[in-house]
Design a binder for this molecule. Structure first.
Ligand code: HEC
Ligand code: HEC
Length: 224
């Protein structure tokens, strides 16, 4: 009988994931670029050739999103806990396997910064940073950083990355939680927070997160 040593099992596992994940991502790439036979449109039309979104239209960046978060959002469009007239018909045309493949593909794409996108007013950035990093306790608003990470890069599958996302999209989501168009968040965490934010708070915090590095930065060194 063949004894499977832990290191052999590990090697087998690595070999499997190395072949399965790229195959999944390749299928995802095909659907993203050309749609599928069931009639789903190419995602690139709206989300950009490399998944960076389209800020003027409010289409979010998908590159680098955690795969489990991504799948949950597709499911939410499907069960209408996230109401969106554009994405709702699209998800109907995606099979479970298509969704997995798309999630794997987008999770593997590199994220780029919003350089050059409508520069924010410095006062707004300062107010946004204060809210993001310290919250507004008089008003019962916790710091966004507590859940989304110190740099907004996200934490695990539950708390998505918001650093480098387009401000137009961040604003639209906070408004969607206020109005109840989006109510898929665990424990209503974002709904409760969004209700306590003013329009100025929303603009400021969106501008701040839009201005942050979208990936852990190695290139910006501290100047002497
Ligand atoms: C016609 C434009 C359009 C096309 C085509 C499109 N999307 Fe979208 N997508 C949107 C819009 C608009 C939103 C924001 C919805 C909202 O405000 O809730 C969105 C949001 C999403 C989100 C949520 C992102 C987040 O950060 O929560 C995912 C995931 C997504 N789309 C995946 C896809 C996939 C996969 C495809 C291709 C099969 C696709 N989309 C095709 C317009 C589009
Ligand atoms: C108590 C934890 C918590 C705090 C604090 C928090 N968030 Fe969230 N946020 C979440 C969770 C959980 C989700 C994912 C909801 C889902 O699964 O759809 C989320 C999602 C989001 C999204 C949607 C991202 C996307 O890709 O669609 C935005 C934008 C956002 N949060 C902004 C903020 C801002 C701005 C603040 C601070 C004012 C904040 N959050 C504070 C838990 C939190």
């Amino acid at each position: 009988m063949i004894q499977l040593q832990p290191r052999h099992a590990m090697a087998l596992f690595t070999a499997l994931t190395l072949t399965v994940v790229p195959a999944l991502a390749q299928t995802g790439e095909k659907i993203a670029k050309a749609g599928n036979a069931a009639g789903a449109p190419a995602c690139v039309t709206c989300h950009g050739a490399s998944g960076q979104g389209l800020p003027t239209a409010g289409f979010p960046r998908l590159a680098g999103l955690n795969a489990a978060y991504f799948l949950r959002q597709l499911q939410s469009f499907h069960d209408a806990t996230r109401v969106n007239p554009i994405m709702a018909p699209i998800v109907q045309q995606l099979s479970a396997a298509d969704r997995q493949a798309l999630a794997a593909y987008y999770a593997g794409l590199a994220v780029t910064n919003n350089d050059g996108e409508s520069p924010a007013d410095p006062k707004s950035l300062i107010a946004g940073e204060a809210l993001a990093q310290r919250g507004d306790w008089n008003n019962g608003v916790p710091a966004c950083a507590q859940c989304h990470g110190r740099k907004g890069l996200g934490v695990g599958a539950a708390f998505p990355q918001i650093a480098g996302q387009h401000p137009t999209y961040i604003v639209s989501q906070l408004q969607a939680w206020r109005t109840g168009m989006r109510k898929n968040d665990p424990l209503g965490l974002m709904h409760g927070i969004a209700l306590k934010l003013s329009a100025a708070d929303i603009d400021a915090v969106a501008a701040y997160y839009g201005s942050l590095d979208a990936a852990p930065s190695t290139k910006r060194s501290v100047k002497p």
